[in-house]
Design a protein around this ligand. Sequence first.
Ligand SMILES: Cc1cc2nc3c(=O)[nH]c(=O)nc-3n(C[C@H](O)[C@H](O)[C@H](O)COP(=O)(O)OP(=O)(O)OC[C@H]3O[C@@H](n4cnc5c(N)ncnc54)[C@H](O)[C@@H]3O)c2cc1C
Ligand SMILES: NC(=O)c1ccc[n+]([C@@H]2O[C@H](COP(=O)([O-])OP(=O)(O)OC[C@H]3O[C@@H](n4cnc5c(N)ncnc54)[C@H](O)[C@@H]3O)[C@@H](O)[C@H]2O)c1
Length: 441
Amino acid sequence: MAYDYDTIVIGGGPGGLAAAYGLAAKQKVLVIESDLWGGTCPNYGCDPKKMLYRGVEVKNATLRMNGFGISGTAKIDWPSLMAFKRSYTTGIPAGTLTGLTQTGIKTLYGRAQLLGQHMVKVGSQNVTGEHIVIATGHTPRFPDIPGANLLKTSRDFLDLDELPTSIAFIGAGYVSVELANIAAAAGADVHIIGHSDRLLRAFPKVATEALKQLLLKTGIHFHPNVELTKISPLGTMTHLHADRFDLNVDMAVTAMGRIANVADLGLANAGIKSDLRGIPVDDHLRTAVANIYAIGDVNLKPQPKLTPVAGFEGRYVAQQILGSQEPIHYPAIPTIVFGPTELAKVGVALEDALAAPEQYQVTHNETTHWYTYNRIQDPDAQVWTIVDKSTGKLAGAVVLASLAEGLINTFAAAIDAGQEPSDLNRIYAYPSAQSDLQYLF
Ligand SMILES: Cc1cc2nc3c(=O)[nH]c(=O)nc-3n(C[C@H](O)[C@H](O)[C@H](O)COP(=O)(O)OP(=O)(O)OC[C@H]3O[C@@H](n4cnc5c(N)ncnc54)[C@H](O)[C@@H]3O)c2cc1C
Ligand SMILES: NC(=O)c1ccc[n+]([C@@H]2O[C@H](COP(=O)([O-])OP(=O)(O)OC[C@H]3O[C@@H](n4cnc5c(N)ncnc54)[C@H](O)[C@@H]3O)[C@@H](O)[C@H]2O)c1
């Protein structure tokens, strides 16, 4: 049978784009997008978040250098910081579309729905493809309580013209910590409502407890063990209610995880079962139907749902479609949260390593004395390293410090290369946070 396209990619985010570009030289490819070309990360996720975070970095750096050559404080001007963010995000959709077109990749704008194993409907148009890649991502989860429709999302927060006087974030994970920290630094009265006493479950408790103290120092209120039961309007404000808990805020944001974008995708028409956690795939990222793949946030793989993971899976799936038979093998995946300081981890989980002392050697290093952390006056810097005793190789690391982003990437590369701690003692650009790694081992 002749198909309109060799491969149809549904979703123009980091996963779908990586798949499309990986195929473009050899195949006739179509990408379908129903919202902003480029997807979550560059439009209303990682990238705009970190543009706003730059304001926090500058403010914190100024504060820390008070008395060391810098006087006064830096103040965040929200509308102007937002204009800085928009100077980046405004061009993303058109730039993405131009890039696709110039590469010879066909595009369709509209909501895609599967009509069968090879057919996709977009508006009134039906298109066929030999292979289909589903890369539709995630969307914020809302609580199933009265008034949930009053809640805003991270996307709303990341495009606010004016900063509300008071904001509550419901949930205590990545989105909540990062956005609460930005809002507090910019001068809002900020509340984090957790349904347990833990922040950031994906990270080790010893580090998240330290981060919690830093968040509290910024003036953020943390309300643990609150299960909201009702949300209602109160004039221009939003009233949040739970058993023995009431709070009025100007804006309340749902940050209690994200669900797979599978509604209305017509998966059942193609014989694929799924739920809101994601689409099940095998170790070739194939769904239950051999010619249909699911990549990035929308699949049910246990790997963290992050932009570089979606891109890795997109590049991998392109190779599968072009004939490779290799099952997917993920490298070490570093993850990082940008809060009052940076918290990053990679490799074996610290808590698993501490629970298996016969297998792992865990070393905790207070690193405020490192040349770099003294130079930038970071009073909270610490690093944990995990070594596999049977091989002597580095197995994991946690960094709670400024500049963690560079260090965790270095640890990830060392783990991938099967290096021992002493291998980290090499020639780095000097002086830098990496050149301070010599003090670790
Ligand atoms: C606030 C926030 C901050 C984040 N920060 C980071 C970070 O710092 N680092 C990091 O690594 N990750 C971060 N992430 C996660 C990152 O954004 C995602 O992991 C990444 O975007 C996933 O890529 P994807 O291609 O799988 O999905 P997406 O980027 O979500 O792209 C999916 C696309 O599919 C489209 N789509 C959905 N359904 C259909 C349909 N039926 N038809 C056509 N198109 C459809 C959507 O409109 C969307 O454009 C953040 C996420 C959020 C929300
Ligand atoms: N820096 C980054 O890499 C980054 C930043 C933002 C988002 N992300 C990605 O986006 C995903 C989603 O982020 P997120 O913060 O929405 O999710 P998350 O999974 O990180 O955190 C969800 C939080 O909601 C809480 N929660 C769950 N059910 C709840 C309920 N009924 N009531 C109140 N709280 C409840 C959880 O306890 C948890 O604290 C992340 O897992 C990550 O993959 C990554």
